[in-house]
Design a protein around this ligand. Structure first.
Ligand code: CA
Length: 239
């Protein structure tokens, strides 16, 4: 029995076949990872909340909450990489998974060496990169990168990690039009892995959470622009 290193990455395996789940857990630990195994989506989300794994290996065919729903819920909580490991080999399933926020996709039966090589790539890519850590503030919007708190017109707004990154990226390029491709690159880190529609969908989430008057403009056929209101406008309104 090999013990994981103190700073070993924690991998959550979501797999309803007990033999495959146990095998993956043992293999991961033999390679120095910490392994958690869940046999359905609800158990996976509970473990995800409690243990904040660095990476998730997710089966699609699960009893109860299926892999699609589990992927969706994980994506709303975190940017942790998700590798789909499934018997489903259809291109439409792969595309749907990548559009849904999965980072990689492997079809069973699978080679262990390939799986571990892909896990290593995902972990390497997900290491935090240096981002602008200064506080952002305009007349309406305050973003505190240390606490990750967002306040809009004096009201605290709860954002998912992706929504937070999208808003921060727009606000840090005020009055500049960012194309969907630029946003995919800057926010999703990968212009090819997700559908362009995902930008429109997440802009919609931001407008819903911050309010319809949030100064994010749609530049038709091109992209989006954050146009902060002049500070004088606030002084006039509050005096
Ligand atoms: Ca299954």
């Amino acid at each position: 029995m090999t013990h994981p290193e103190p700073h070993a990455a924690t991998v959550l395996v979501v797999e309803d076949e007990p033999d495959i789940g146990a095998l993956l857990g043992d293999l991961l630990e033999s390679r120095g990872y910490r392994a958690l195994v869940a046999d359905d989506g609800r158990a996976a989300l509970r473990l995800f909340h409690e243990r904040r794994p660095d990476l998730v290996v997710l089966d699609l065919g699960l009893p109860g909450m299926d892999g699609w729903e589990t992927l969706h819920r994980i994506r709303d909580l975190s940017d942790a990489p998700v590798l789909i490991l499934t018997a489903r080999a259809a291109e439409e399933d792969k595309v749907r998974a990548l559009h849904g926020g999965a980072d990689d996709y492997m079809v069973k039966p699978f080679g262990y060496e390939e799986l571990f090589a892909r896990l290593a790539v995902l972990l390497r890519r997900s290491r935090p990169v240096a981002r602008d850590e200064s506080r952002y503030e305009d007349a309406d919007l305050v973003i505190d990168p240390v606490s990750r708190e967002v306040t809009y017109q004096g009201r605290r707004v709860e954002l998912t990690p992706l929504e937070y990154r999208l808003l921060t990226t727009l606000a840090r390029h005020p009055r500049k039009v960012l194309s969907r491709e630029q946003l995919l690159e800057l926010v999703w880190d990968d212009p090819y892995a997700v559908s362009r529609d995902v930008v429109r969908i997440y802009i919609g989430y931001l407008r819903r959470k911050l309010g319809a008057d949030v100064p994010i403009e749609t530049v038709r056929g091109f992209g989006y622009c954050y146009r902060p209101r002049h500070r004088a406008a606030v002084t006039a309104r509050t005096s």
